[in-house]
Design a protein around this ligand. Structure first.
Ligand code: AMP
Length: 192
């Protein structure tokens, strides 16, 4: 199995790259942000529970996203692998993911961290907000909260994966195609 974590701050390009990687390597793409947005649009209990947090730019409680991932793993027993996009975002989530995969005789293969500076992130998010209409991309204060949440709760996961010898850092600034090629290169060199 090839299980990849795509890691990076909001606006680093995780969604775009995850979609490409999932097609190229035939992996199931799991984006907790996308799942929460579709639950919210469908008006489910989960969507309503997550809404208040997501609307403020705060992370939702760990159990909500851990349960989402657990059921996605169960629903895809034939998967050749997964690409986790926007999950894990806290140490508790990372530990749960390791446990959930171990229970299924699997493990994270590698974590790919896309690096983009804060100034470029804010510029990209505001641009994306204009194009997609995502409310949490259009308000500068919400964007700031999301970047703070990342720095405080998610960034420490680099250390978590680096201790496991699984962290690979990729420059997330430049042409989208060029970044995709760097990702393929790192994955192929590791798995060959
Ligand atoms: P994203 O599209 O990945 O930027 O996620 C949008 C919002 O969904 C975030 O600002 C959080 O409120 C919530 N969210 C998505 N994934 C997670 C996660 N793994 N842990 C906590 N909250 C999350």
């Amino acid at each position: 199995m090839l299980n990849l974590v795509l890691f990076g701050p909001p606006g680093a390009g995780k969604g775009t790259q995850a979609e490409r990687l999932s097609k190229h390597y035939n992996l199931v793409h799991l984006s907790t942000g996308d799942i929460l947005r579709s639950e919210k649009a469908a008006g489910t209990k989960l969507g309503m529970e997550a809404k208040a947090y997501a609307d403020r730019g705060e992370l939702v409680p760990d159990m909500l996203v851990i349960d989402i991932i657990a059921s996605q793993l169960d629903n895809n027993p034939e998967a050749k692998g997964f690409i986790f996009d926007g999950f894990p975002r806290t140490t508790t989530q990372a530990e749960s993911l390791d446990m959930m995969l171990a229970e299924r005789k699997a493990a994270i293969t590698m974590t790919l961290a896309l690096e983009v500076d804060d100034e470029e992130l804010t510029r990209r998010i505001i641009l994306r907000g204009k194009q997609s209409g995502r409310a949490d991309d259009q308000d500068e204060n919400i964007v700031k909260t999301r970047i703070n949440e990342y720095n405080l709760k998610t960034e420490p996961l680099k250390e978590y994966y680096s201790k496991q010898g699984k962290l690979y850092t990729i420059n997330g600034i430049g042409e989208i195609d060029e970044i995709t090629r760097s990702l393929y290169h790192v994955i192929d060199s590791y798995t060959r």
